[in-house]
Design a binder for this molecule. Sequence first.
Ligand code: FUL
Length: 506
Amino acid sequence: MQTIEDFFFVSFTRQTNLKPSSMNRLFSFFSITILSITLLVSCHKQVLPPSPVLPVPTDSQLAWHEMEQYAFVHFTTNTFTDKEWGSGDESEKVFNPTAMDVTQWTKTIHSAGLNGLVLTCKHHDGFCLWPSRYTEHSVKNSPYKNGKGNVVDEVEKACRAEGLKFGVYLSPWDRNRADYGSPSYVEYYRNQLKELFAAHSPVFEMWFDGANGGDGYYGGAREKRQIDGKTYYDWPTTLKLIRGMEPNVIFFSDAGPDIRWCGNESGYIGETNWNTISTDTLYAGKSGINSLLNSGEENGTNWIPAEVDVSIRPGWFYHAKEDSLVKSPEQLFNIYLSSVGRGSNLILNIPPDRRGLINEIDVASLQGWKKLIDERFKTNLALNKPVTASSVRSGSPVYGASMITDGNKETYWATNDQDKTGNLEIDLGGKKPISYILVQEYIKLGQRVKSFSVELEINGSWQEVAKGTTIGYKRIIRINPAEAQKIRLVINDSKACPVISNVEVY
Ligand code: FUL
């Protein structure tokens, strides 16, 4: 016996009692089939995926994109003094929530469909929600749990129990500290970051607030202090320090480095929203900076996606006088469409009241919002429905049109490199009422689409029902409700061949 095949051939013949001639035919059949499959698979393997359009997101940024929406929680002495920016001279004694229940926060937040929480561990007034060993201006001198409380720790633990990711806000500007403006304050700030990251890892996001109003208590000096925002904090050293402790943390600041501000606090990112921006164009005070942050830059050098920060109330802190101004479910839904629905993440502020509870009015609004999202995006009419494309990358099924309705975010439709336009036609299998179309680019290969439109086949003719510019991680297009069986996504322009991973229809 020469080979292992000979061995199997002989033993198979013996066991089945087949004549060697029939065996030969059988083996030839099997060999040809296996050879054809191998050839087919290797042929498709040879169709290389599109090259990435640089820059592309890091793994941590990708994980952040997938979070989509989470909560901001603003809570400090301001809650009790009715201020938005405490001046730093507030007595620790004012911090006295009467029915504090952080589990009520995390349960409310989670059931609203949010999947993380970023807590203001210290706001501009300098009061610390944890008993920092570097200051007396904290919960340890407050009536809360007779000075034995640690709100940061309690919230972090409640987040873990509820399956929410935990994030930290620590205001660089501190109106309480006598040494604010001098190098020792920067050391104080870093020591506090070390305390927080040592005790509460993993932290998914660190929020660096760019606000610096100048005047404050400053240990009794009560004066206006100007710092040079570019040099004073020596951010590179601080970021390196934190990354050393928490490699995957996402840093938010106006200019990144990981995610950027959206340029407003009203709840929207630009209809054109590039995840890319050139960092050398991002400095505070530059004219037009807010609109630049709002749209990003098509040919930006860095992947720095935008985060939309907005409060459920007019202020960031709870004020009873704003109880009638809590955003309605419909307003929150519109914010959802103009943030998550335009490829950015939403950080929705939900400030606890003086009891230390998320107020019933806010809870009702959040529940109503979740209900709207669940109802309006209940059944994806396009899931597993047949799709045809104007063209497919080398005709390979690996990049075929049906990849956009297979419910798998790792598969995508792509065209040949030179084809920067194209369209996809989905047959819903019958006339269906349509109000929303959700589209996703496969951003691991970079953001590409510059212009697209949506068409419906109504009474036998194609009608354009929406037009847009960028898509990015996710784009949700609301149209005037209409009935149609066939829907077409037209890519009118793209930086390189389009790479679309998902289309949903509701
Ligand atoms: C701003 C701050 O000044 C507000 O008080 C709030 O914290 C908001 C999220 O950022 O810059």
